[in-house]
Design a protein around this ligand. Sequence first.
Ligand code: GDP
Length: 201
Amino acid sequence: IKFIDAQFVITAVEPKGYPPGHSAEVAFVGRSNVGKSSMINALTGRRKLVRVSNTPGRTRTLNFFDVDLERDGERHRVRLADLPGYGFAKASKGERASWEKMITTYLEKRDRLEAVVSIIDAEVGPTPEDLLTLDYLQDKKRRVLVVATKIDRLTKAKRKPRLQALAQQLSLPLEAVLPFSATEKIGVEEVWETLLKTFKG
Ligand code: GDP
């Protein structure tokens, strides 16, 4: 994969603030601190497109990015939507409710949304909120790609068995759970390959 360009588009909370959708869009969901910002940076070939925070639960808006890339001689422009992370322990009830509204509205209404990347910590496994989110996405008939990040934290011998266990827990075929590491740039090609294929199907 060759990264041509990546840029921040806009921050939004409500549908009227969403950028007009021209290109295929992919949304990223996961619990806060799972490594979502790092993943988006790795998938756009940038170090600091999205701020990686040490303070979990900071992003409270939807953030849109455009990435231009080339694969097998073909150019693609893809819009990425970074959804606020869930499961932030310190969030108040009200904050949780507004988070939920923001996310569900987006996931239900966004027309050009082609796929949702559900990010799971490879070491921790799916949390109850991850499972709820996956159920919800299935219910809304959204195409989902599960990406197990921080795979670098597991020894090489443990990776495949862990992916198999994850797939089983999620009732998915093994190839539907992709290993990823932002720090070691594992899975960047595979995630893009899968996403670009999804847009065509
Ligand atoms: P976000 O809150 O989901 O956006 O998570 P961040 O991208 O800000 O990352 C949260 C923490 O996990 C940071 O300390 C990152 O350095 C770390 N992290 C993110 N991705 C990886 C990864 O692939 N491997 C490892 N070992 N650490 C990671």
